[in-house]
Ligand binder design. Structure first.
Ligand code: C5P
Length: 230
């Protein structure tokens, strides 16, 4: 394995003070944090800026999906407030993805795309008029993402081999649904350990509850990092 898989800790908590207390407790071990819709809707740019003030890198998980101009402008705004990694929905289509790629080049930030949400199974896709299998839809949308000039996708660990096969080793993969051995899966159905995800070539793993809900979040994060480096 030539590349080092990085850890992104997801700050899925209702209060910014709780999130920042966790970040301070975890300390220098973790560089990347994910701010999602829950924290951002309540606290806005402050959530990102407080992390940047602590020297952290921020994945702003807003999954933008709108007309091309609006998405490009939202990416520019995310860049202004300090987000390092930003995402959009690949199902916004080729024009939207190209506009996102343009904004990415301009801002120097990294923009990736969500293909099919892991909450969508065959029946859910069919209900919105998509009759191909979830896997086929993932490959189609990842293809549009790459063709538009975006560097990669958010994907489940189980999709890693398929994406590597179609899009090569340099296609960026950000992988949630990670559970260290012996931790609760919770609502995640298809999980993988940090070590297995690293072996499958994940560039980043996103970990929420196994760190947030641990009695000692700092040592839970340390254990995950040790597993990634093993
Ligand atoms: O607590 P847990 O480790 O399951 O958190 C995973 C994080 O990754 C959550 O913030 C969740 O919203 C996010 N995510 C996911 N599956 C996706 C996309 C994002 O679990 N397909």
């Amino acid at each position: 394995m030539t590349k080092q898989t990085k850890l992104i800790s997801a700050l899925d908590v209702p209060e910014l003070s709780t999130a920042l207390a966790l970040v301070d407790k975890i300390g220098d071990n973790v560089e990347w944090y994910k701010v999602g819709k829950q924290l951002f809707t309540h606290y806005g740019p402050q959530a990102v800026q407080e992390l940047k003030a602590r020297g952290k890198k921020v994945f702003l998980d807003m999954k933008f999906h709108d007309i091309p101009n609006t998405v490009a402008q939202a990416i520019r705004s995310a860049a202004i407030i300090g987000a390092d990694l930003i995402n959009v929905h690949a199902s916004g289509g080729p024009a939207m993805l190209s506009a996102a790629a343009e904004a990415m080049k301009e801002t120097g930030k990294t923009v990736i795309a969500v293909t099919v949400l892991t909450s969508m199974d065959h029946a859910q896709l069919e209900a919105v008029g998509i009759t191909v299998s979830p896997a086929e839809q993932v490959v189609r949308l990842a293809g549009l993402t790459q063709a538009a000039g975006l560097p990669g996708v958010v994907c489940s660990a189980l999709e890693l081999p398929m994406l590597r096969e179609h899009f090569g080793p340099d296609f960026l993969t950000v992988v949630p649904g990670i559970r260290p051995a012996g931790t609760e899966a919770g609502d995640q159905k298809r999980v993988m350990t940090p070590k297995k995800a690293a072996e499958a070539g994940a560039d980043f793993i996103v970990v929420g509850r196994p760190i947030l809900a641990a009695p000692d979040p700092a040592s839970a994060a340390r254990a995950i990092l040790d597993e990634l480096q093993a």
